[in-house]
Design a protein around this ligand. Sequence first.
Ligand code: GLC
Length: 802
Amino acid sequence: MITNTELEYKGNVFPSKIVSLDKDVDTLLFTTENDVALQIKVIRDSVLRFRYSTTGIFANDFSYAITKYANRGYNKLEIDEKEGVFVISTAKLICEVSKVDLKIRLFDAATQELINEDELGFHWEESYEHGGDIVKMSKVSQDGESYYGLGDKPNHLNLKGKRYENWVTDSYAYGKNTDPIYKAIPFYTGLINKKAYGVFFDNTFRSFFDFAQERRNVTSFWAQGGEMNYYFIYGPKMTDVVEYYTDLTGKPHQLPPLWALGFHQCKWSYYPESKVKEITGTFRKLQIPCDAIYLDIDYMDGFRCFTWNKEYFPDPKRMVRELEEEGFKTVAIIDPGIKIDKDYWVFKEGLENDYFCKRADGPYMKGKVWPGECYFPDFTNPKVREWWSDLFKGLIEDIGIKGVWNDMNEPAVMEVPNKTFPNDVRHNYDGNYCSHRKAHNVYGMQMARATYQGLKKFSYPKRPFVITRAAYSGTQRYTSTWTGDNIANWEHLWIANIQVQRMAMSGFSFAGSDIGGFAEQPHGELFTRWIQLGIFHPFFRVHSSGDHGHQEPWAFDEDVTVIVKKFIELRYQLLPYLYTAFWNYVEKGTPLVKSLVMFDQEDMHTHYRTDEFIFGEHILACPVLEPNAKGRRMYVPRGKWYDFWTDEIVKGGKEMWVDADIDSMPIFVKEGAVIPKYPVQQYVGEKDIEEVTLDIYYKKGKENSQFFDDAHDGYDYTKGRFSLRTFKLTGRKDQLIIQQHKEGTFKAAYKRFKIQIHGLPFEIRNIQLDNQTIQLDHLKINGWQTMVIDENFTELDLSGSL
Ligand code: GLC
């Protein structure tokens, strides 16, 4: 029997006293009298890896999560011996290892503050049934400590007082308390005394995290096999913790094509071809922007992956081309289950090459999914991934599909109690052969990886676009994701907001929910509120099961269509702002969406907030989550903010009522921000953009903003063909200066910026552009606050009188 609680430690074994210490460059090895080995590796000054063995022997060091591109290197590494402890010091952290029991204490090197400390520390139970150990770690949870992260958990943002499990699970119509669901991201951020640290438990077995639920002052985590292997990541800024974690487990390998940040329309299923065309045609007729249309499982022949139902789609290549001519990218679903059918080429190839998963005693892993009985490729085998990636040649290169959506990759199996493979299924695990107990949580990730490799190959020189439902830490390198089969109700709108924020705090920013709800049918009001939230989610897609009516922007009453259109248009205007934030995510791992606690961890009021979040660097948004609302109360974080709709200035650091009837939602812009905007387009690339608007929000003081741009697809930006503009704003009581610093060699089509100044407290008397005085009537001035200038300006200086 495997225990499910950390506390049931009747069989627990603990390390005894240290008998030796060896050092090898950046790695220390402590060995105890009872043969426990602890390896501490200094990854960087603020990242330490802790790895324990209960026998003194370590297994092959292999991880799907950690990327080879992770930054390594530290400025300082010293080891001292003091009474009772060994002390390891880096430039950021001090780590004490207790000589009697191997317990760890971690301190901030600058302030000597205790940040994190082992309670029982490492302990384990032997697992007779499976071999190996159930490995456990318990740490002291201090009063006032908060916890965040852990992927897609649908509950309160702050994890304190709860226990969670990591076991990737198909979860149709899950709810607030369903656990686990689709993703396993065993990484959390702790916040204590306004200082943040992270713990990444890189163990793919079924694992558990208990945040002071079982015992009030203890946080523990354990797994049903494998090693106690975790990374301690010190901030003290929360954004740094997430950036270091994302660096370790990987940033997306490239920017998404810009169209992937547009609006996507999906349903299970649009078919036949005439239906697809009717949908796309209606978007264009009503002038509602949309970039992607989806084909769910019914496009296939009997749900066989990589085939077409020729009755519904007689000439897919022509259809995809025609859709493309209208500005639509076609995205198609691909599931892991391969139908058992001796006349089906994919099945035959898989069988001939021995690519399918097998049970412990030899038979194939057989399970029911949409096509009926299936076999399943072992995506943990590199040869299988290579084969799988080549299967996309037809879909991508020949037919012209632009994105692939991987579903059911938990892997989901129907009509069986555990909804997935039995534990005894064998996996290659890149040569580290193992059972499903170890491979389960990475199965979907490896499928998405293989799919990504295929798209990367066959989309070249364009960028790949993949979506996955299942994920383990590191999956963000390859793909975007959605939050699975949610429900059309108000609680799920709340959940969607939490999940996307939480995913961003877990290194996986490119996420979104099925807007409107997958199961059941939303009212127009719920749909509208969900679209409003969705414009701030990196992945912006409407999807529904189709069993309960229609979910297109025009499927409700006309008011809904008008409001939804207005918000989708706003998304398209904000694309350059979002793309810049995405570039920061790809470069530095900076989350695209930041919960308030991450925006201002010093302010205790943010620690339990759930609804408000920062989109990119400068926009604050808060969805309306209740029916019949004319507005809502929300917490505006410290600083000064402009109401996006009225330009009214709000001083934050307080909770307040914000009006937001159904055609509005609370949106604020941080003072000092420069927000780049495109004109509305029906799809990315529809227009040659001749002018970019810069919305400039006056601030007394200084603020920096960025605007990244490039060709919106392809890889030229990696060779310097991008443009990164930094705008430095300096505001005084009667002067506003905006300086532009430009990097990169990309030349955009637009030659002008339309400057729109918000909140200017003085009347403009004098304008200097690059040190030349400009006559006011030489500029196109519309009122006092709008002017058009050359995109190459280096300094715009407005002064005037109060
Ligand atoms: C699963 C997916 C859903 C999809 C359906 C049919 O339920 O989560 O998005 O539409 O399968 O493929």
